[in-house]
Design a protein around this ligand. Structure first.
Ligand code: IMP
Length: 429
């Protein structure tokens, strides 16, 4: 049976939450495979609004929800999120939720370091979510992380803590901070361990088992391809691989598990945090897109930067992530514009580029080449079939599809689950 991998094809915030929720209804398992609680997914189900950062979206529908090994896990954030969701009536048990015992933990010292570095960097800062994501991944690949399974062996953690603290103490000293309070860290870990261990297991086993039994698995990506640590606008990226390939390595299933790769694409472009953004509009039009699209971060509340649709980066994202089809979101934000622009290429030092060059300075210097299309005055909000869309909106979608060299699988026309135009069902065999 088909699996589906959902990834953001821009800089995150493409509206993955709704699409994942829509697909989760028909999935047998939903898996987070990278990132941490830097993600923010808003699910609107009827009157209820659920805000998720770490838990897979399937949890709301009671679908088996798994946090895979590729995630960095802040156990205190997880506990808070579970308390909040249970307060909204969501059931979370060992039947419908499991987390990988080989997940690396985000500790309070990671959050400290994230904040210290960002403050020290001044205008050169990355603009992180301040959740300790980068430092936690650094410790993971530096082989000094504390992992979920370590929580069952806290009395045998000395050697690992020595390595971890030696590293952090040196960094903290550089910022004039006192060394890690080791006794406090151990006490905090002892306190949270029983809660985490209740849900910890080798999730690769469970996933392989449900897969063999014919389950449909939905892999829920966080952030977007332009924030990928290899393929994104480095160094203004997150610290994980956000491309579809990570669904396999971040969950413990082989590469064939990814199935249909659904790239989520907003009908215009936004980004939070610092870094290059070729089609950014720092004018009234950008303001209008932000207001109409309610472009404020779910996690940090920060105002998102806005701009026209950039077909160059989306084509690139679709290529490096092997996107099978896209879900186009927030089309209604473009309602009412006289004309709409699409970026089809870049100009840099007299040369035309059909891709985003790798160097940060080049990425910052490229000038977008636009083509202009007539807009539409009718509303597209709530449309559920092509017949509900104005002709110009259909032309816009067709042009997007052509430029990104990837078909549109669905169009989302409001935050409500039902307001979706389905072209190709990603779960169909
Ligand atoms: P970090 O992931 O907190 O280290 O932040 C690194 C970069 O990724 C910053 O530009 C953040 O704004 C961005 N980022 C992280 N998570 C998200 C997300 O879920 N949506 C959009 N941007 C994000």
């Amino acid at each position: 049976m088909a699996n589906v991998t959902v990834i953001g094809a821009q800089w995150g915030d493409e509206g993955k939450g709704k699409i994942v929720d829509w697909l989760a209804e028909r999935a047998d398992a939903v898996v987070r495979f990278q990132g941490g609680h830097n993600a923010g997914h808003t699910l609107v189900v009827g009157e209820n609004v659920y805000k998720l950062s770490l838990l897979p979206s399937g949890i709301v529908t009671g679908t088996l929800s798994i946090i895979g090994n590729g995630v960095v896990l802040d156990p205190w954030a997880l506990r808070d999120e579970m308390v909040k969701l249970r307060g909204q009536g969501v059931s979370i048990t060992t039947e419908n939720f499991a987390l990988a015992d080989n997940c690396a933990l985000i500790l309070p010292i990671h959050r400290d370091l994230d904040g210290l570095r960002e403050t020290a960097a001044g205008s050169g800062k990355i603009g992180t979510t301040g959740r300790g994501i980068g430092p936690a991944y650094e410790d993971k690949v530096g082989r000094r992380a504390i992992r979920v399974c370590d929580l069952a062996h806290l009395d045998a953690l000395d050697a690992q803590l020595n390595r971890l603290c030696a590293h952090h103490d040196a960094l903290r000293a550089g910022f004039g901070e006192p060394p890690v309070d080791r006794a406090r860290l151990i006490a905090d870990l002892k306190d949270i361990a029983p809660f985490v261990l209740e849900y910890a297991e080798p999730v690769w086993r469970r996933l392989n088992k449900v897969r063999k039994a014919g389950a449909r698995i939905l892999f829920e990506g966080a952030q977007g391809v332009l924030l990928d640590v290899d393929h994104g606008t480095y160094p203004f990226v997150t610290s994980s691989n956000t491309v579809s390939g990570t669904a396999a390595s971040g969950s413990g299933l082989g590469p064939s598990a990814a199935g249909f790769v659904l790239g989520i694409v907003k009908a215009y472009t936004t980004r939070v945090g610092s870094g290059p953004f070729p089609t950014e509009l720092e004018d009234e039009t950008g303001q209008r897109l932000g207001e109409r699209g309610h472009e404020f971060g779910t996690v940090t509340g920060r105002k998102r930067r806005c701009g026209w649709f950039d077909a160059v980066i989306v084509r690139q994202s679709c290529a490096v992530s092997g996107v099978t089809g896209i879900a186009l979101t927030k089309l209604d934000v473009l309602d009412g514009f006289d004309t709409i622009k699409i970026c089809t290429g870049y100009r840099l030092n007299g040369k035309v580029y059909d891709y985003l060059p790798a160097h940060a300075a080049d990425q910052a210097a490229v000038e977008p080449i636009y083509e202009e299309m007539p807009g539409w005055q009718e509303t597209t909000a709530g449309a559920r079939s092509w017949a509900d869309l104005p002709a110009q909106a259909i032309k816009y979608i067709s042009r997007v599809q052509e430029l990104i060299e990837t078909p549109v699988a669905l169009v989302s026309t409001s935050p409500q689950r039902e307001d979706t135009i389905l072209v190709r069902d990603p779960f169909a065999d």
